[in-house]
Design a protein around this ligand. Structure first.
Ligand SMILES: *Cc1c(COP(=O)(O)O)cnc(C)c1O
Length: 398
């Protein structure tokens, strides 16, 4: 068996250097926990970047994958296939959307949604193509999503980038109104901004955007890649805000751990005609069997409700820790998506100390960490995580 050091040597020799990794090699996961190659156990509050919503190696999902792997792994969209249709049914029947297209990642889902909006503009709005997105948004790493993302540092190295996007401050309805012109075909927003800081909008923001879109024949697209599938305490994030979007995009938690994405639309927004879009692997039987099993698990076991309840509980605990430490300047979140902000750039020290104490978190900003545990987490596990957080913070700052 290779050691941590040997795996790290392989990485630096063979893998493109694109991310400063945490120093452990993770080997195994179960529920809310993962283990590294040295056998050290961690409570995982990263969840593969908000992916393992139904817990690591959920048995129902693992069984569905194993069974499908022995039945049919891949067939193209030239044919009907059963897992794809079962997945389509469960997602449509439990949402406000009417149709789905299944793809392989969040970026791909957003690409498809943007294409759909542009086609809608061609067909229904004199060729309008402009899309308004928010500053501090995150929509993915493909060229078009780099343009859509309202953070210059993701764009500058890759110019020229696709045009047609206007970025406005988040949570500012007037800014959307001012940015709208006759070319505007869609507004694309995260219902809660994830990567951009766990930014929660005021209650009247998204309904206001909805009204503005209705008045101007503009499509409202919600990027629910991070907020979907229970993360915010409801199956879809939009359900927290009394708003129905025209299009949503999903990925991350959709497949219970396997790579899969999708976009869904109201019939009124389904502007595609045969041949306009497609994918070799999109709707693949294996990943769709996993996504169907994972979504059904969420519904059958009230996982979203658990996320809402455990989110309240986690928030209370984090605020108690904040009360004991002046340098914690903010604690914010919804469901099981939380951020803890410090008054200086101590994220690397906090992350390193919490790695030691056995809690994995996401270093979101030099002064902010993000917490996103599995949605099946229990009170006892949260208590344990809060103890490990407090210990880590103490060690990082003493
Ligand atoms: C992660 C993320 C994406 C990109 O998803 P990938 O699967 O990494 O391409 C897009 N939008 C949001 C809101 C995300 O959090």
């Amino acid at each position: 068996m290779a050691t941590t050091e040997q795996w790290k040597e392989l990485e630096s020799k063979y893998y493109m250097f694109l991310v400063r990794r945490q120093p452990m090699v993770l080997e195994r996961g179960e529920g809310a926990r993962v283990w590294d190659v040295d056998g050290k156990e961690y409570l995982d509050f990263t969840s593969g970047w908000a992916v393992n919503n139904v817990g690591h190696c959920n048995e129902v999902v693992a069984d569905a994958i194993a069974e499908q792997a022995r039945t049919l792994l891949q067939t193209s969209n030239q044919f009907y296939s059963i897992p794809q249709l079962k997945m389509a049914e469960i997602l449509v029947e439990n949402s406000c959307l009417d149709k789905i297209f299944i793809c392989n990642s969040g970026a791909e889902a957003n690409e498809g949604a943007i294409k759909l909006a542009k086609k809608y503009g061609k067909k229904n709005k004199d060729g309008a193509f402009g899309i308004i997105t928010a500053l501090n948004s995150f929509h993915g790493r493909t060229m078009m999503n780099v343009s859509a993302t309202g953070q210059p540092h993701y764009q500058e190295l890759f110019e020229p980038i696709p045009t047609g996007f206007t970025h406005v401050p988040y949570n500012d309805l007037e800014a959307i109104k001012s940015a709208t012109d006759e070319n505007t075909v869609a507004v694309m927003l995260e219902p809660v901004q994830g990567e951009g800081g766990v930014n929660i909008p005021d209650p009247d923001y998204l309904p206001g955007v909805r009204d503005w879109c209705d008045q101007n024949n503009i499509l409202l697209i919600f990027d629910e890649v991070q907020t979907g599938l229970g993360r915010l305490g409801t199956l879809f994030g939009y359900q927290n805000f009394e708003v129905e979007p025209d299009i949503i995009t999903l990925a991350k938690g959709l497949g219970g751990g396997v790579p899969i994405g999708a976009f869904m639309a109201k019939d009124s927004a389904c502007a595609f005609d045969p041949g306009d879009h497609g994918s070799t692997f999109g709707g693949n039987p294996l990943t769709c069997a996993a996504a169907h099993a994972s979504t059904k698990y969420i519904l059958d076991n009230n996982v979203s409700e658990n996320a809402a309840k455990m989110g309240e509980y986690l928030g209370e605990g984090l605020r108690k820790i904040q009360a004991n430490h002046e340098f914690i300047t903010d604690v914010r979140g919804m469901g099981l998506l939380w951020a803890v902000e410090f008054d200086s750039d101590i994220t690397p020290d906090v992350i390193a100390a919490c790695n030691e104490s056995g809690l994995l978190m996401n270093p979101m900003r030099p002064n902010t960490v993000r917490l996103m545990p599995v949605l099946t987490i229990t009170e006892a596990e949260i208590d344990e995580a809060l103890e490990r957080l407090e210990e880590g913070i103490r060690n990082a700052t003493s």
